[in-house]
Write a protein that binds this ligand. Structure first.
Ligand code: F6P
Length: 327
């Protein structure tokens, strides 16, 4: 087992609310356990370029309430190359780093696995993405905040939908996963929810809209995940509905990056604090190449090898509930 005296922490991939709270927890857990902690700026790219800064308990003051990541984040093409990873490793050696904590999504973890295999560096991951699409944890940091942002936005859209008897198509984030659409769609009372994991044909959608009209719904809201394949995109879908006269006047709203920003919810701050401390303690116990996660309310560790080979299953129970309560 390696002796850990100094660790480094970085944030990678898309930012998510609560990343700062996670960095804060990592730094303070390191200080608490008597080891040093270094922040790496701009994710893997900063590791390649040697953009390191020593952090202490006070370096992370006043950030628990802030969205984004003060360490900044990047998607690094250079880290996908062996040469890039070697440069990154050389900087870790120069800085005498004994272990690395990666705060990010599954793409970031794939990079971490490759890196730790090639250079035998202990790595622990903290799941942080608004998409909540990582196996092995019930929740990822930022998801709860993003859901609340989306629900608040749709509540506002509902005012106009209902005042003008309109049908709104609202696009939410989620390239590969429909978690945001499904959960926020239920929370905001959507009539239909379109997600990549559960295909709805054009015909089924028109049929559902016709049913809604018939049952007396004067306005309607359809939540569409970014990655849904019902149409080429949400605008094409809106055109199709307009052409086929659903009986509603149609409008489109794309929520976009407002879903990634803003102050983290209390849930995300607490989750980030638990996972940050959990990651440092796992590393000190010699548990490595794992992600820390939360399962049934408890902090757990899952080997990267296990979580990266599995595919997320669609939530059939929630899809059924959404169908029942939207009649
Ligand atoms: O993975 C998080 C996420 O917000 C996805 O939901 C979205 O598809 C993607 O990132 C957008 O990435 P970018 O900000 O690089 O356009």
């Amino acid at each position: 087992m390696n002796t850990i005296r100094k660790i480094a922490v970085l944030t990678s991939g898309g930012d998510s609310p609560g990343m700062n709270a996670a960095i804060r927890a990592v730094v303070r857990a390191a200080v608490y356990h008597g080891i040093e902690c270094v922040g790496i700026y701009r994710g893997y790219q900063g590791m390649i370029e040697g953009d390191f800064k020593a952090l202490d308990a006070r370096s992370v003051k006043n950030i628990i309430n802030k969205g984004g990541t003060f360490l900044k984040s990047a998607r690094s093409d250079e880290f996908l190359t062996k040469e890039g990873r070697k440069k990154a490793y050389d900087h870790l050696v120069r800085e005498q780093i004994d272990g690395l904590i990666i705060i990010g999504g599954d793409g970031s973890f794939r990079g971490a696995v490759q890196f730790s295999r090639e250079f035998d560096v202990p790595v622990v991951g903290i799941p942080s993405t608004i998409d909540n699409d990582i196996i092995g944890t019930d929740f990822t940091i930022g998801y709860d905040t993003a859901l609340n942002t989306v629900v608040e936005a749709i509540d506002k859209i509902r005012d106009t939908a209902s005042s003008h008897n309109r049908l709104f198509l609202v696009e939410v984030m989620g390239r590969d996963a429909g978690n945001i659409a499904l959960h926020a769609g239920i929370g905001a009372g959507a009539g239909d929810i379109l997600i990549p994991e559960h295909h709805l044909s054009y015909e089924q959608l028109l049929e559902s809209l016709a049913q809604s009209k018939k049952s007396g719904k004067s306005s309607n809201i359809i939540v569409v995940a970014e990655g849904d394949r019902t149409g080429k995109n949400i605008f094409e879908l809106a055109d199709f509905i307009k052409k086929n006269d659903s009986g509603y006047e149609v409008r489109v709203t794309v929520l976009g990056h407002i879903q990634r920003g803003g102050a983290p919810s209390c849930y995300d701050r607490v989750l980030a604090s638990r996972l940050g401390v959990g990651a440092v303690e796992a590393m000190l116990e010699g548990v490595e190449r794992v992600m820390v996660g939360v399962k049934y309310g408890k902090i757990v560790t899952i080997p990267f090898a296990e979580l990266l080979k599995k595919e997320i299953q669609k939530d059939t129970e929630l899809i059924r509930i959404a169908d029942i309560i939207s009649i």
